[in-house]
Design a protein around this ligand. Sequence first.
Ligand code: FMN
Length: 174
Amino acid sequence: MRVLVCYFSQTGNTEKIAKAIYNEISKEHQADIKKIDQVNTDTFKNFDLVFVGTPAHAGDLAGPVKQVMNSLPKSPKCKFAGFYTHMAPTSDKDVQSALRGAFEKIVKEKEITYMGTFNCMGNPDPNIAKMVKEARKMSDDEFNEYMKEAVKHPSPEDEQKAKEFAKEVVSKIK
Ligand SMILES: Cc1cc2nc3c(=O)[nH]c(=O)nc-3n(C[C@H](O)[C@H](O)[C@H](O)COP(=O)(O)O)c2cc1C
């Protein structure tokens, strides 16, 4: 199977997961990995399966990812799977329903065969973390506790889970 992993990443979190998925998939398949600004809708024609990765941006897919997905023709031949990283703790169901919802909305509109979504926490940029601390009126203790966990992600365990997700997606297609 020809598989593309494409992603947008500003601080490296989503890129880490993209590389984990690519490393796993390329063991058995003809795989490629590209940043989202290196792909257009024609690129997808060369693949049977595309993993698309994004950070959560304001409860949505990042702009460049949305742009590429929105420019797809209806019913593309290749199948898609999504992955994203987020600063909210993994227990935060809001970010998950927002991002899964955003992927699902686009794939429904485009009549895409969608194979599922993976997510994990990603260590936030310090400026964003500070903004959230202020917006959520977190105490220093609460914030320190949050950051203690956040800096660990994506962890080796997250990368392993992403690999398992990738294997599961591929096994459903074979
Ligand atoms: C502009 C902006 C908006 C963000 N919005 C959210 C958000 O709504 N929810 C969330 O959990 N994280 C949010 N984040 C945090 C990122 O999704 C998170 O740190 C992600 O792991 C960054 O991935 P990257 O390193 O691949 O860019 C935001 C970050 C930025 C820069």
